[in-house]
Design a protein around this ligand. Sequence first.
Ligand SMILES: CC(C)(COP(=O)(O)OP(=O)(O)OC[C@H]1O[C@@H](n2cnc3c(N)ncnc32)[C@H](O)[C@@H]1OP(=O)(O)O)[C@@H](O)C(=O)NCCC(=O)NCCS
Length: 179
Amino acid sequence: MKQGSHDSAITLRSPLAEDAADLHTLVAECPPLDPNSLYCNLLHCTHFSGTSVAATRRDSQGNERLVGFISAYIPPAQPDTLFVWQVAVAQEARGEGLGRRMLDAIVQRPACAGVRYINTTITPGNQASWALFESWARRHGAPTTSHVHFERERHFAGRHDDEHLMRIGPFELAAEFAT
Ligand SMILES: CC(C)(COP(=O)(O)OP(=O)(O)OC[C@H]1O[C@@H](n2cnc3c(N)ncnc32)[C@H](O)[C@@H]1OP(=O)(O)O)[C@@H](O)C(=O)NCCC(=O)NCCS
């Protein structure tokens, strides 16, 4: 049995290299997420395993299925900040609080002991993503700010919507999660 926390038949654990191909498929099934190369997903599952999370559920045959994933890392120049790159929850597992629980699972890790902020970028039209991060901030009593960060013309050569940087924090979760 792989190590992780269990909640309503879903296991949350650090990703493994063997998850990368399933992550590649999950991201492809979760528009509007940008697909990455499989090699990039391998880096998420190995170099960034300590600050990323895989959510799995056993199917009726007992096979483990990847139903959620967050790719995140601590930028070298911002050791107090977790940058959340992609959040993917399979259609079948949405609306159960899994996105929120995956964020909780990461910030409780030893690797995040010094983290006081979450940064993420969101396109203006992605209501589910805004709702997820606003809900997480509200539940942890953390303030939020947002502004345009990567711009459609200037940074994406017109090929991608603006990405707004949402910053959550400061927060202090050690006591909250200890109870
Ligand atoms: C965004 C996504 C990760 C949310 O996952 P989820 O597990 O269903 O979210 P949760 O159940 O944890 O919901 C968290 C909050 O967001 C709200 N929410 C979730 N999906 C929503 C939607 N489509 N519209 C409005 N609100 C939504 C929930 O109601 C909840 O708010 P509450 O606590 O006030 O009740 C999922 O819809 C997804 O994978 N979408 C496609 C990929 C994507 O856009 N990822 C985010 C960009 S990185």
